[in-house]
Design a protein around this ligand. Structure first.
Ligand code: SAM
Length: 250
């Protein structure tokens, strides 16, 4: 075993019960087009390969990459890359993505994946518990923020498994959770860039009203949404209404 590298967020799964639950929740079929982000030493990779014909893996750590190369397996497509620079659209669609994500960059990974959302069938990821809560949070809760709105606009999200620190080696200081993402059906958004901008601005000063946060792009006369509220008080659909109002102005 190579040593765990902190800079790559390496906490390897060692709990066979958790591994089994993740694989059975993901429920792979032989022909699925699957990408695993950060296979590490293969805690999820090898069980997945028991069912899948082909598995694509993206890994940044050269030592781990050479381990997979030396297997010479025709079933593994190896991409030595930073996932944040990896073009997901090069893989066969519809794409299923799985991974015990490096915690230090889990939000940037989600924002990167959003660019390819139209090609995704579903996703199952391990996060630190606090991030899983933010992803799945409902309005009017402390955890509800930009990440909740951006992910829940495009995906139904659900925490499936609560995972304690001792399931990993080395053990992190915090709890973890596995989240399942299923794209919302028949949902298309014409102007993703504007939507990102709107949501980012809305949550730019959490304690101020939307009137304040959005004043550079929209005022109360432009929308039926009550701008005296704060960003965390709106439902996901309210953000889509705000987007329409914003688009009309341009
Ligand atoms: N899947 C393994 C497991 O469950 O034991 C390893 C999970 S570990 C939390 C995260 C993995 O992601 C490591 O293998 C790490 O090297 C890899 N990784 C970290 N940053 C990455 C990046 N930017 N792009 C691709 N892989 C990355």
């Amino acid at each position: 075993m190579v040593q765990a590298k902190k800079q790559f967020g390496q906490n390897f799964l060692i709990d066979q019960g958790v591994i089994n639950s993740i694989i059975s929740s993901f429920s792979p079929s032989p022909n699925d087009s699957v990408l695993e982000i950060g296979p590490g030493h293969g805690a999820l990779t090898f069980p997945l390969l028991e069912t899948l014909d082909i598995l694509n893996i993206v890994e940044i750590d050269r030592d781990l990459i050479s381990k997979y190369k030396s297997l010479n397996s025709p079933k593994i497509n190896i991409y030595e890359s930073d996932i944040l620079k990896f073009d997901l659209d090069q893989l066969p669609k519809p794409l299923r993505i799985i991974g015990n994500l490096p915690y230090n960059i889990s939000s940037p990974i989600l924002f990167h994946i959003l660019k390819s959302k139209d090609n995704i069938k579903d996703m199952l990821f391990m996060f630190q518990y606090e991030v899983a809560e933010r992803i799945t949070a409902k309005p009017n809760s402390k955890a509800f923020g930009r990440l909740s709105v951006m992910m829940q606009t495009f995906f139904d999200t659900e925490i499936l498994i609560h995972v304690p620190p001792e399931s990993f080696e080395p053990a992190p200081k915090i709890d973890s959770a596995v989240v399942y993402f299923k794209p919302k059906l028949n949902f298309e958004l014409k102007n993703f860039v504007k939507f990102e901008e709107l949501v980012k601005l809305s949550f730019s000063q959490r304690r101020k009203t939307l009137k304040n946060c959005l004043k550079s792009i929209l005022t109360q006369v432009d929308t039926a949404i009550d701008l005296s509220l704060r960003a965390e008080q709106l439902e996901i659909n309210d953000y889509l209404t705000l987007l329409k109002d914003y688009e009309r102005l341009n």
